[in-house]
Design a protein around this ligand. Structure first.
Ligand SMILES: [Zn+2]
Length: 1022
């Protein structure tokens, strides 16, 4: 099947010229590989039935109903209530312990209960009658309004880009709609075909039918209890656990004996925490609308919904939190206050994050030859927070405080409210995010064509495992998703111990191979036509891909010259830049094997790093698809993608049965997702803060900017900040991310993303507006950065201490005196201990993992979005066996998550756990043969391989499970690698290692961890 060499050439649909000038990056949204057995549901017609260029209906056109901004109904309107009241202006000190604390999550111990850690025999029984209330939420602190607009003077930042002259007239009205929403059948936006960028077709889309995950009929916006810190107190009943799960009186797992790093403190404690009352994630299936700014005044702390929840953004001045969000939604006035809080101050920037389908597109503004208006001192771009004064003749920069002269052509009178009368008509004055057309000043050369160069390992092992065939098939199928037009160019080479280029223009039956034998001194054959426009070579390319597995069928060369191959590929595309996509199976010849365990997570030598920097300078972005069955030293080779804005894909152990589908989908999404090339990014912030560090997949050659040969919708960059001055209470701190890039259609653009947050002197405000998901993601990335250079035990300790220090600060300065015996968690961060525990038990921080698994985890986390960071560490688990008894739709089925505790696993049950990368299906040992037959097509799992190809059978259970798996794939933009895990088998033990709430030989249970955290806090206070 998929592992076999590509079959006869697929019939191509007739080419229908696109009536629109700009072609869609996904002209053929319906194509799915023929080998997909598990995407049968809702499968669109085969490619040949869908003419290219025919756009699907646009359900989210302007005529489509939009959810009301603030749904009526009981309870507060979400985004209004989201803004907690501010502290009184002028109050400088942190609140005293006697002050009413902000909302807290209090977990009180049961004095005199058995030692913590002993599993309760009735985990979900009601608390004993003598137990105190185990959970209380204190009222929010009231406070006054918040006004003011900073005029923060300060020295200019240096210039990132050439400043265009500002005296030129404004040409044309701001054009619009570059980034339009998708049809309802698409979970993520899909553009009208004239729009290149905003919403490509997701990889695993269903048909344009009623299956829309975000379709209009599904819009029933409801106020969401607990969605925002400060809105509604969470219920006492443990959220997220379906009632039937709560009623299951499962016997506790057998007590695990063994080493526990914290056993010394916790074993002697007489405390017990009711496991029924401890905080757990509360998934919701309803959608809220979030307005990024309340009114035009600079006065509101508008806390965005959790990154992992479902929401629709209305850009009313600040950017969508999908594009950029801060670890806290107030900025501490001083560095001291920030240190006191122990919280991180960082932004997660995901400049191409997929919008919700019903969100408005980012608007494109063309200032003509003059280019965008900028501050003449710090070069910040015009944005809604720049204040026009003096009848509009001047404007004050919100980043550096400089008073600029307004050019005559940009002049406009001010209204009675002090705003320009045209502010609402100009996207750059009313939207948090806009794109500017870049002028010549922003180009060092003409924008590059979209070049895709494929490098395929054909060494003996790659051929024999089916990896070469899988790569060829995937490329052959995915090239139909490459952007159309003369701008798109392709090239291909294969390699074992030598490198083979191919002339793609040659019209003959036999491809012309050009061999580069000397891998010590790589060169590119003196030959044009190695990289040619796709339109001129499509047929030759497809033929070549079809014959490669046969050409090397009996290859006995075991070595694989990975380093020389990427160098040769690079040389071929050096003059243009572009994407170099490497399909690698064997161990690179160049990786020197010296093995000191703790050093192995660092690159073995500097060769790859040096190479990668050269690649980045020439705008070559490298993605590596590792289809391997051996150790390949990911720590060494991942340096190349991580320096060039690319990424590593890892298929281990590669299975020719189950992995080709994932390989194809990964490749397809890679080339069809929203992305840009030859990008430069800079984040500016108000005087008072400065950028401390950027973290992610990029190359940094100057201190202020990062170079991104490639940047796409999945990549996130973390930016940390430190104070270099003070802010005044009531002022605002602005952040502006400017990303200069080239679209896949060769247009140069500047995407400008603005966020302005109020400053505070009150610690309680920091805690109230803390952003759990963002803070946790920052911990995760810190851990990943530390792993290669720090012993694992130390990283685990560091991460635990980060959590303890934050909770200690809250306990010491924000909680009331009367609560001394209680563990008090700030409402906004009540899940921090659970996520911290999950992190220290994760693949990256476990002692027992494979080196390559850990290195892959580190490289994966480096660019991971907030949306995927949380499930990577705290996966989603649902039961599958009872699907047929539920009437719910996919979304509701996915919302019924179970806590990650083996208490929730029944022997007669089947469970799915997914973390965005992998999907593990756990089958108990008492599952009825009927259920197995329905789901897997066999009445016994004996002999069934663990690497699962989920098939669809003609029954309700199978259909629902397939629908849910596909829904997850859409949500995650990731084709889950499915794996069967059986109780009583090593695979079952592997599954149980994700039960992070359990006590394990090397780690504490969740309850024990809370007790440990509590003890540590008490020790610090005493
Ligand atoms: Zn400025």
């Amino acid at each position: 099947m998929a592992s076999a060499p590509p079959g006869p050439q697929r019939p191509r649909p007739p080419f229908i010229p696109n009536p629109n000038t700009n072609t869609n990056p996904n002209p053929n949204p319906s194509s799915l590989p023929d080998s997909f057995q598990n995407l049968q549901i809702g499968r669109p017609p085969p490619p040949s039935a869908v003419p290219r260029g025919v756009a699907p209906p646009l359900p989210f056109s302007s005529a489509a109903p939009r959810p009301a901004a603030f749904p009526a109904g009981p309870g507060p309107a979400p985004s209004v209530a989201a803004a907690p009241p501010m502290g009184p202006p002028g109050l400088i000190r942190a609140p005293l312990p006697s002050a009413a604390p902000p909302q807290s999550h209090v977990v009180r111990p049961f004095p005199g209960s058995p030692p913590a850690g002993a599993p309760s025999s009735q985990p979900f029984a009601a608390p004993p009658p003598t137990a105190p209330q185990t959970f209380s939420v204190l009222p929010p602190q009231s406070s006054g309004p918040f006004t003011g607009n900073p005029a923060l003077a300060g020295p200019p930042n240096s210039q990132p880009y050439m400043a265009p002259p500002s005296s030129q007239p404004f040409f044309g009205t701001p054009s619009s709609q570059p980034f339009r929403g998708p049809p309802s059948s698409q979970p993520f936006s899909r553009l009208p075909s004239s729009q290149p960028f905003m919403g490509p077709q997701p990889p695993f889309s269903g048909p344009p039918a009623s299956t829309a995950p975000f379709g209009a009929p599904a819009w029933q916006p409801q106020p969401r209890p607990g969605a925002f810190p400060g809105s509604v107190p969470p219920p006492v009943r443990m959220p997220g656990i379906p009632l039937n799960a709560q009623n299951q009186m499962m016997p506790p797992p057998p007590p695990a004996m063994g080493y526990s790093p914290h056993a010394g403190t916790q074993m002697s404690t007489p405390l017990k925490i009711d496991p029924n009352q401890i905080p757990r994630p509360m998934p919701t299936s309803s959608v809220v609308v979030f307005e990024t700014r309340q009114g035009n005044q600079a006065n509101a702390a508008n806390v965005p919904p959790p990154a992992t929840s479902d929401f629709v953004v209305k850009d009313t001045g600040n950017c969508s939190p999908r594009l950029m969000r801060c670890t806290m939604n107030h900025i501490p006035c001083t560095g001291d206050l920030l240190s006191t809080s122990s919280m991180p101050l960082a932004l997660m920037v995901q400049p191409f994050a997929l919008p919700h389908p019903s969100e408005e597109p980012i608007q494109l503004v063309d200032f003509g030859e003059t280019g965008p208006i900028r501050c003449s001192r710090c070069k910040a771009y015009i944005n809604p927070f720049m204040r026009f004064i003096d009848q509009g003749r001047r404007f004050v920069c919100n980043l550096c405080g400089f008073s600029n002269e307004t050019s005559r052509d940009y002049m406009c009178n001010l209204g009675p409210d002090g705003r320009r009368r045209d502010a609402d008509d100009r996207p750059e004055l009313c939207r948090g995010t806009v794109e500017f057309v870049a002028t010549k000043e922003f180009m060092v050369r003409e924008p590059m064509p979209a070049v895709y160069f494929f490098l395929i390992d054909v060494s003996m092992n790659a051929i024999q495992t089916g990896a070469t065939a899988a790569a060829c098939t995937a490329i052959s199928q995915a090239i139909s998703d490459l952007p159309e037009g003369p701008q798109t160019m392709v090239g291909i080479a294969t390699f074992d111990s030598t490198i083979h280029f191919y002339n793609l223009k040659r019209a003959s039956q036999q491809p012309l191979m050009l061999i580069v034998p000397d891998v010590q001194d790589v060169y590119t054959p003196l030959q044009t036509d190695l990289i040619v426009p796709l339109t001129e070579c499509r047929q030759n390319l497809e033929q070549l891909l079809e014959s490669i597995p046969n050409m090397f069928e009996s290859n006995k060369v075991a070595e694989s010259a990975f380093g020389a191959a990427i160098k040769a590929g690079f040389l071929a595309m050096k003059s243009t830049g572009g994407k170099l996509m490497v399909f690698q199976s064997g161990v690179s010849m160049e990786v020197p094997f010296f093995c000191e365990a703790h050093k192995l997570l660092q690159p073995a030598d500097k060769t790859f790093k040096t190479m990668a920097i050269e690649f980045a300078e020439c705008q070559v972005c490298v993605d590596i698809f590792l289809t391997t069955q051996t150790f390949v030293d990911i720590a060494s080779i991942s340096v190349v993608p991580s320096t060039t804005g690319g990424q590593v894909y890892y298929y281990y152990p590669f299975s020719a049965l189950s992995d080709p589908a994932k390989l194809y989908n990964d490749l397809r999404w890679n080339i069809s997702r929203p992305q840009g090339f030859e990008a430069v990014m800079r984040v500016r912030c108000s005087q008072g803060l400065q950028v401390q560090e950027y973290s992610g997949n990029f190359c940094k050659r100057v201190p202020t900017d990062i170079d991104l040969p490639g940047i796409d919708s999945d990549k996130t960059i973390m930016v940390t900040f430190k104070h270099d001055d003070k802010f005044q209470e009531g002022s605002e701190c602005a952040f502006q991310c400017a990303l200069l890039y080239t679209t896949v259609y060769g247009q140069r653009r500047i995407r400008v993303i603005n966020l302005s947050l109020p400053c505070t002197n009150m610690l309680s405000n920091l805690f109230r507006s803390a952003d759990l998901d963002t803070q946790f993601t920052s911990f995760l990335k810190q851990a990943a950065n530390s792993i290669p250079i720090t012993p694992l035990s130390q990283v685990r300790e560091q991460i635990t201490n980060l959590c303890i220090n934050i909770l200690h600060s809250y306990r010491k300065f924000c909680a009331s005196v009367s609560s001394s015996g209680q563990l008090i968690l700030p409402e906004a961060l009540k899940l921090l201990p659970l996520y911290t525990l999950a992190l220290i038990k994760s693949i990256g921080l476990r002692n027992d993992g494979r080196l390559d698994d850990r290195s892959y985890w580190v490289s994966h986390v480096a660019s991971l979005s907030i949306l995927l960071a949380v499930p990577l560490v705290y996966p989603r688990m649902i039961s599958l066996h009872d699907f047929t008894s539920k009437e719910d739709d996919d979304i509701s089925l996915l919302s019924a998550t179970l806590p990650l505790s083996s208490e929730h696993l029944n022997d007669d049950g089947i469970y799915l756990l997914e973390n965005g990368e992998d999907g593990l299906i756990y089958v108990g040992n008492m599952v009825s043969p009927d259920t197995l037959q329905h789901l897997f097509g066999v009445s016994s799992l004996d002999g069934v391989p663990n690497q699962l190809v989920l098939q669809q059978f003609d029954n309700d259970l199978s259909q629902k499970v397939n629908e849910v798996v596909n829904e997850i794939r859409r949500q995650r933009c990731s084709y889950l690698r499915l794996r069967l895990c059986r109780k009583g088998d090593p695979s079952g033990m592997f599954f149980l290692s994700y039960m992070v709430e359990d006590k394990t030989p090397g780690g504490l249970s969740y309850v024990e961890f809370l007790v440990h955290v509590h003890r540590q806090i008490q020790t610090k206070i005493a």
